[in-house]
Ligand binder design. Structure first.
Ligand code: CMX
Length: 441
């Protein structure tokens, strides 16, 4: 790990020097115009954050350091006899900007295993919550309790030089990634498996050990976990969870505080919670129609009813994407290979054929195509994980990789406190009036 850490810092130092030059020559160059509509529409499309680890193309989907999802599935190192990438390799790629070797990935897996100990008070804190607390509430509570372990918070308290921030942030980031699967699995076992002990095996890779702690040993489920934890890791900097971690981290809140904040954002139904909503929506449709394989006509009608009731169709639409999410397609490929006859999975594919036309016909939904959340739950249901309230926790475990890699970069590059300007509607009116007077509008 020492070598990876050194390599990371060498890359960051070089990038910091380039950014310094860029700001010297182009610091005052305008990037793009912001419209009044964008101020009211959730800042949609305003380029305002630098995030080095991934970039979202509206048509091609997410690219991690330039690599698409299909390329990652092909090029990242795999576990022995495995067909899906090891998420540890993606963490390396996001951190270093180069594809890792099998040996690099092994070093990370071993480091994660060696840092995975959880202090007893974390589990006790979770145990203080009622059993009916949502898994995301239990997960975030566990992360907050784990904040006692922050090396950055201790170093800051002891008066660390700002040039050294990146070092304890890096250590916290790796520690946090090592520990979150344990907290997640603890929540699952507490809520759904009568408190079954975490049967961890530290010789396994990060995803396989997580699957085992959740009580799943089917080799195909392990493959699914590796795929799942890879594709959910990041989606550039502006989505709610990534942006929240970035924002909170900019106040020099440590990685645990920042990650917990981001997870609260992921728990919203328009973001990560959509994965539970999709399966809930399908289960309710199946129950209402009395079949586990509704026809496309039935799906069309059910979708129209959902819209008429003033609800969103979960798993469809996106703030940036304008085509089918490649993360949906990767999961569809997985489904076609491992469970082509599964009715739940087939229903997801039938929804994919039926729903975009209905959403498109509304004339207002900018992207009628499925996002990552439209598919993930059905694959889990196939393996017996029907407790859909847990799905966003799985998303969160994966998201730790991206937001922590990004946080290492933000502190190594010395990014300052994030503090955009807000305005009132009166302020906008005055602005417009002044512009009209000067003939600018
Ligand atoms: N079902 C019904 N209506 C939808 C819709 C959907 N799936 N997607 C968008 N719309 C509606 C919006 O609510 C908005 O309606 P109003 O004008 O009445 O307010 C209108 O269409 C225009 O929205 P948009 O510009 O196309 O989409 P936004 O960028 O505002 O929102 C998103 C994006 C994801 C919040 C939205 O598509 C949505 O609510 N989808 C369903 C929830 C979901 O799947 N979220 C997960 C996204 C991926 C992730 O982060 O994990």
């Amino acid at each position: 790990m020492i070598e990876i850490k050194k390599k990371f810092y060498a890359k960051a130092e070089q990038a910091a020097a380039e950014i310094k030059d860029l700001l010297k020559t182009n610091g005052q160059t305008p990037v793009e115009m912001v419209t009044v509509s964008q101020l009211y529409q959730g800042m949609r499309g305003i380029t305002s954050i630098v995030s080095e680890v991934s970039l979202l193309d509206p048509l091609e989907g997410i690219k991690f350091r330039g690599y698409t999802i299909p390329e990652l599935r092909e090029k990242l190192p795999k576990a022995d006899q495995g067909s899906e990438p090891l998420p540890e390799g993606l963490f390396y790629l996001m951190l270093i900007g180069e594809l890792p070797t099998q040996e690099d990935v092994k070093v990370i897996s071993e480091q994660l295993a060696s840092r995975s100990e959880i202090p007893e008070h974390v589990y006790k804190t979770i145990d203080a919550l009622p059993m009916h607390a949502h898994p995301m509430t239990q997960f975030v509570t566990g992360i907050m309790a784990l904040q006692t372990e922050s090396k950055f918070a201790k170093a800051y308290g002891a008066g660390i030089n700002k040039k050294e921030y990146w070092d304890p942030i890096f250590e916290d980031a790796v520690d946090l990634i090592a520990k979150v699967p344990y907290i997640a699995a603890y929540v699952y076992n507490r809520k759904y498996r009568n408190g079954a002990p975490l049967n961890s095996d530290k010789s396994l890779d990060w995803a396989a050990n997580f699957a085992q702690m959740l009580g799943y040993s089917d080799p195909d489920f392990l493959k699914l976990m590796r795929l799942y934890l890879t594709i959910h890791a990041d989606h550039e900097g502006g989505n709610v969870s990534a942006h929240t971690v970035h924002l909170v981290g900019s106040a020099l809140s440590d990685p645990y505080l920042s990650f917990a904040a981001g997870m609260n954002g992921l728990a919203g139904p328009l973001h990560g919670l959509a994965n539970q909503e999709v399966v809930k929506w399908i289960f309710e449709m199946q129950e209402k129609l009395g079949t586990d394989l509704p026809t496309k006509e039935q799906i069309v009608q059910y979708t129209k009813d959902t819209l008429a009731a003033g609800k969103v169709v979960p798993g469809y639409g996106h703030g940036v994407l304008r085509r089918t999410d490649p993360r949906f397609l990767a999961q569809m490929e997985f489904g076609k290979e491992y469970m082509p006859d599964d009715h739940m999975v087939q229903t997801v594919w039938n929804i994919f054929e039926a729903v975009p036309d209905v959403l498109g016909a509304t004339g207002k939904i900018k992207n009628p195509w499925p996002n990552v959340d439209a598919h993930s739950g059905a694959l889990l249901v196939h393996f017996g994980m029907k407790e859909y309230e847990f799905y966003t926790v799985l998303f969160g475990v994966s998201r730790a990789l991206g937001v922590m890699a990004n946080m290492c970069w933000s502190r190594a590059l010395g990014f300052p406190l994030e503090r955009p300007k807000s305005i009132t509607t009166n302020g906008i009116k005055e602005w417009l009036a002044a512009g009209a007077e000067q003939g600018a509008i």
